[in-house]
Design a protein. Sequence first.
Length: 493
Amino acid sequence: MSSPRIEAAYSQTALTSADKERLSELIAEWQLLSDLSFADLILWVPKRKDYQSWPEGFIAIGHIRPTTAATVFAHDVIGDELNWGDNPRLDQALSQGEIVRDSEPEQVGDLLIKEETVPVLYDGHVIAVISRHRDAVQMRSASRLEINYREIAHKIYRMISEGTFPIQNSIYRAESAPRVGDGLIRLDPSGLITYTSPNARSALSRAGWDAEIDNQIFGTVLETIASSDGEATDETWSAIFSGKNLRRTDLDNGRAILDLLIIPLIEGGDRIGAIVLVRDVTELRRRDRALLTKDATIREIHHRVKNNLQTVSALLRLQSRRVEDPEASQALAEAVRRVASIAIVHETLSTSSAETVLFDEVYDRIIHNAIELTERPVRLMKTGEFGVFGAQQATPLALVITELIHNSLEHGLAETGDLLHVDVSIQGDNVVVRVIDNGVGLPSGFSFKDSANLGLQIVRTLTENELKGNIKLSRIGGETQAILTFPARRDSL
């Protein structure tokens, strides 16, 4: 309800912020109404400057089509306007605050349509009107299911006209709530089942109820099928589903998992019954649990990989202490550093619920380790943010950044200490990382391609083969820049 077209419509009304919020709550839940009515619903708001002014007409800000019947309007009616007097039923519902029923059917295309109008009461004002449009021919041969659905719809429309629906402090959202088509149970004021839809019967049967269900107390039915192996509740099922309050919960008895939502029906301040929407979510919940198990397994694997890499690092350190050759000792130290960079990525993944890495945290660890290994004073600067990368990019990127930083620390900076600047930017679909130092610079005749430096060979190989990017070294204005460019594979996140 926040589109420019809707905001433009609101500018022609006297609706307050609270009124708009109330209409948003209604629209969030009115798929239920449309399905119960087998009808298209249009939400009209009156065009007027304030509540003391006579309305000039109406403008449509909402339209919902039923999933239980064919739509009446194939075109979008949101934004349509009517002058006062164009539709007497809308005028009457707004001015008198009463539901207008029993209109004569009108021909709309090939359909004979019957319209009813329902005032939307809130905070003492009729803030909008719902028009309900349904096929009059289809109404003539109604089944028991259709009769019950329509009777329930009439009860809820009465609640709307009295300002008691949507129920305040709702504990569910429409996009995740059970739907009418999933299964519906109708209760009288004492919690007795007066009607059960076929889908609701099937759901309860899968949960273990094999007897006739109509004329049973719904709470007793739930008590019967609820297994002692199921999750304990603070209240009895009879108390939860007495119909006195809006409630939602899962019933899991080991045979099936049912998502249950009970909505009280109120008229004139008195409770006249309730409806229960039932959805069999057994497979959905099992998939959710399987995904949680999979995520936990993946995190455990990353944790063990990190531990193994740390063991490898410790073994390499022990070996380096026994080596007398300085070059061999240095090579082992570089291997320790590289293994540590990979371990950092796996450690980050072991604490994440997704296969993604906030690489700025990895970078901070890389810099910290690098500074610990150098004795010279270094001024550090970082501009820009790396953001989130998938694991497939994070590991090679960590190694590349590690090698570039250590290359600057070992070969680029002077003994007196200089500036090491890492700049990160997004250029189109590419990530560009610049590692800049203002030290002694590149040696004469340097060639990245022909360099025998193992670290630079690793950088080039990982950049081209793993990151699918490119890297170049250059000397610009007294600064040496290693410029790494690679595409951010957002599909891997």
